[in-house]
Design a protein around this ligand. Structure first.
Ligand code: ADP
Ligand code: ZN
Length: 807
């Protein structure tokens, strides 16, 4: 008999597998989904290994196979083990990343009557048991839920067990059905015949919009999707409703097939002739692909330098070799334009996976990917776990993006590191692309772990679309000159001029964490922790300033310790305030706001972007989001209202984040024939990140940043891990974190480890989340997963290995 090591879908299972015997009649393979007994339950599990000997003496048998084909490839099986060991996450959490969408469904327990034993005496049952028996006999089969409804939640399962033990009933199990809704789209068509419609159209002289809609509909061969009508002839819903109420047109609901990409309007695009820099990069990747050995490339090139074209040709090369690719892009870049560029090069051969797709769409795509229907899978971080067979190339665009790290739930993995591991397991080539590489990646490239490829210049299709000139404005000087408005004189003038010239302007405001630090409005001074040198965060409720690393805290001073003026409590502004100010200052300009508040509503990113692109607005105001987007040729001016927000994040990556954001924003200007400029407003014009970004000088930024990292023992010279404890009681949180610190210190001392440092505990940056307080302890050192792995963490604790951002 042989045995299977199974990762079981139960919170008790944690990081281990369980041994089960494989009954002779079952064929069980690695990666397969099976039913296993677990306590008195029957649970889903995935087979991670087979062996002739079990790991424990007594084993139970696998109940059955859920799906005959393995769901995980052997490489994915190894990847799940790595994720669980490295990120210290429950094994099944890692497994779940790779299962088809909707796989993890609830199990329904069904109870059905069995023929009663001969000597059975009904009087031995109490009234409730009799009621339950009657119920299942009447229905033939009842779910535990139905019995709970009849008898109460508490008693039901005891009574059911009693019936089962007496041989009166049997349990069976079923998976809850996937609820995949069909996709319904409104279509508009004529409600009268064409001749009638044409006559009516001429009668509608007083309502020209209705007339033209009617004419449009009569030119069509049948019903047309409403969205298409709206876009093609720019007509409003009211116009259509008017025709409907006159009985001339009608709406109908049509069920459509779920296709994340509509190829209908996509024109196939042939490969471009590469520039010499692109060619060098491409040839290097190509030789990596030909060798069929794992190799990692870091493709460093400013926005517009032609990285995407290199990805596309490297993918084509991969396909030539009979292999396939996965492309990761930050969620925000999953705009139809990005997808279209890939779809146009590989018509019908591109799958899309991201969280905005419905469960049904994700499910359909997953199944088709596994069948090998696509050459390229493009998606956000979890797309790295797509069941793409024959993996030859993984591309990670904007590899420095924080969204590649899953921070809010287990497993807290980084998609880039998972990709590197997967490539290692499957012999695939990895291309990390970025205009502003993560300093950790660049350091690895410098060391020779990655192969560095550079595209130093923009592919300039127009004269003058070189990198824009960046002007840095010192806001302290503005204040000295008596200018208290949000706009420096320079920015004010430039906006006015651009709008007058019928050009477009983007105003960028980085709001993340903005309300959490306070700044002197006169001199720009920001209070920092004496011990950790990170900005102190302002806690409104207690009116206190707190260090989120070591818990040092003070009252907000009355006046600025640097310049002595009493304007210390300035919290920064939001996009809404900025919109108002712009409205007052430039009443003639048409404004458009783009931030998460707006896009959370019914306006999609895409609607806003296409409105701006169509020049239906002059000034676009937004947060991080505007930093991405695509070519906007009419934009000649980008104004950074305050460059300092990210600098003042209580995080050692503040400088890096600032450099990245400013570089991205600058990449928006001057993409067209008109050229462009950037005006950056700041209280810290001498800061290395701001200066380097203004000069488009990654090397200068990197030299300084890596030096600080080395001095302060931060990554890449060390590893970090955070331990966060959350509880509804703040004081208890603090006590538990202090206790944990003592436990860890003792462990470090008793093992004689030299290189691990404990920082904190302190309230987490997000101190209170969904009603629970959070305290954090940071570990800095090497091999932290191995150190933490054997230590028991009580419930309430969450570990984050290589944490990113403020959580
Ligand atoms: P990145 O991905 O680095 O931002 P893209 O690949 O999007 O750069 O290229 C920027 C622009 O230059 C795009 O419009 C693209 O079509 C064009 N482009 C890229 N490579 C070439 C080339 N070899 N010849 C002509 N145009 C190119
Ligand atoms: Zn501190």
């Amino acid at each position: 008999m042989s045995f299977a090591e199974v990762s079981v879908n139960s919170p008790i299972a944690q990081r281990r597998t369980f041994s089960y015997a494989i009954p002779p009649h079952l064929e069980v393979n690695v990666g397969q989904a099976v039913w296993v007994p677990f306590g008195d339950k029957r649970l889903q599990g995935i087979v991670l290994g087979l062996s002739p000997h079990p790991e424990v003496e007594e084993t139970r048998e696998i109940i059955g196979v859920i799906e005959p084909r393995p769901l995980l490839s052997p490489q994915q099986v190894s990847l799940t083990r790595w994720i669980s060991q490295y990120y210290l996450s429950p094994l099944f959490d890692a497994v779940a990343l790779m299962l088809p969408p909707g796989f993890e469904r609830r199990t329904i327990t069904l109870i059905s009557p069995t023929p009663p034993p001969e000597d059975f005496d009904i009087s031995t049952l109490n009234a409730e048991a009799r009621q339950a028996l009657a119920l299942i006999r009447e229905k033939g089969k009842a779910s535990l839920g139905q019995i709970e409804k009849a008898l109460g939640k508490r008693k039901a399962s005891g009574i059911v067990n009693q019936l089962v033990n007496k041989g009166l009933a049997a349990k069976s199990y079923e998976l809850e059905k996937i609820r995949v809704k069909p996709k319904i789209v409104p279509y508009l068509s004529l409600a009268v015949n064409k001749t009638e419609a044409e006559t009516e159209a001429t009668n509608l002289g007083k309502a020209p919009k209705q007339a033209s809609l009617l004419e449009y509909l009569s030119r069509q061969s049948g019903a047309v999707p409403w969205a298409q009508v709206r876009d093609n002839i720019k007509c409003s819903k009211a116009t259509a409703d008017a025709l409907v109420s006159k009985g001339l047109a009608k709406f109908e609901a049509v069920e459509v097939r779920r296709e994340p990409i509509s190829y209908k309007d996509i024109v196939p695009s042939p490969p471009l002739t590469l520039t010499s820099a692109q060619k060098t990069a491409f040839e290097a990747i190509k030789s990596g692909l030909l060798k069929g050995k794992t190799k990692t490339f870091l493709l460093h090139g400013v926005t517009g330098s032609g990285k995407t074209e290199v990805y596309l040709q490297a993918l084509a090369e991969t396909v030539k070799l009979g292999k396939k690719g996965i492309v990761l892009v930050p969620e925000i870049a999953l705009t139809p334009q990005t997808i279209e560029r890939f779809a146009a090069r590989f018509p019908q051969r591109v799958a899309v996976l991201h969280s905005k797709l419905s469960l049904g769409e994700q499910f359909d795509e997953w199944q088709r990917i596994r069948k090998g229907d696509f050459d390229v899978v493009i998606g956000s971080r979890s797309a790295i776990f797509a069941p793409q067979p024959e993996l030859g190339l993984i591309v990670i665009d904007e590899e420095q993006e924080w969204t590649y790290k899953q921070s809010d739930k287990s497993p807290r993995y980084h998609a880039r590191d998972a990709a590197l591991k997967l490539a290692d397991l499957s012999g695939a080539v990895v291309v990390l692309g970025s205009a502003t590489p993560d300093v950790e990646s660049f350091y690895r490239a410098q060391k020779g772990d990655y192969h560095l490829l550079q595209l130093p210049e923009r592919v300039t299709p127009y004269d003058g679309s070189a990198l824009p000139r960046v002007e840095v404005v010192d806001l302290r000087e503005e204040l000295k000159a008596g200018n208290q408005s949000l706009f420096s004189r320079s920015l004010f003038q430039a906006i006015g001029q651009a709008v007058a010239n019928k050009e477009q302007v983007i105003l960028f405001l980085n709001r993340r964490g903005a309300a959490s630090f306070i700044q002197c409005r006169s001199c720009g001074f920001v209070m920092r922790c004496k011990r950790c040198d990170v900005p102190l965060s302002y806690h409104l409720t207690e009116d206190k300033l707190v260090c989120h690393q070591c818990n040092y805290n003070i009252k907000v001073p009355e006046s600025c310790p640097k310049c002595g003026r009493r304007r210390i409590k300035f919290l920064g502004i939001g996009t809404q305030r900025l919109e108002q100010e712009v409205g007052y200052t430039f009443p003639q300009a048409r404004l458009l706001r783009w931030d998460s508040d707006v896009t959370r509503g019914r306006h999609s990113h895409d609607e806003i972007l296409s409105k701006f692109r169509a020049h239906r607005a002059d000034i676009l105001i937004g947060t991080q989001m505007v930093a991405k987007g695509l070519d906007l040729p009419l934009v000649t001016l980008v104004g950074v209202v305050s460059a300092d927000t990210a600098l003042n994040l209580p995080d050692f990556r503040g400088g890096e984040r600032t450099f990245q954001l400013l570089s991205q924003v600058a990449g928006r200007a001057g993409r067209g024939v008109l050229g462009g400029r950037v005006i950056t407003q700041t209280y810290a014009p001498e800061h290395y990140a701001i200066r380097a970004a203004a000069e488009h000088d990654y090397a200068a930024f990197y030299e300084q940043e890596i030096d600080y990292r080395r001095q302060l023992h931060n990554p890449p010279f060390n590893q970090l891990a955070s331990l966060t404890y959350s509880h509804t009681n703040d004081a208890l949180c603090q006590r538990e974190s202090e206790r944990m610190k003592r436990v860890l210190s003792q462990e470090i001392a008793s093992q004689g480890i030299a290189g691990i440092e404990l920082i904190g505990p302190a309230p987490a940056f997000i101190h209170r989340l969904r009603g629970r307080f959070r305290w954090q302890l940071i570990l800095r050192g090497t091999e932290l997963s191995a150190f933490l792995s054997p230590l028991p963490l009580p419930p309430g604790w969450a570990v984050d290995i290589d944490p990113m951002g403020l959580v």
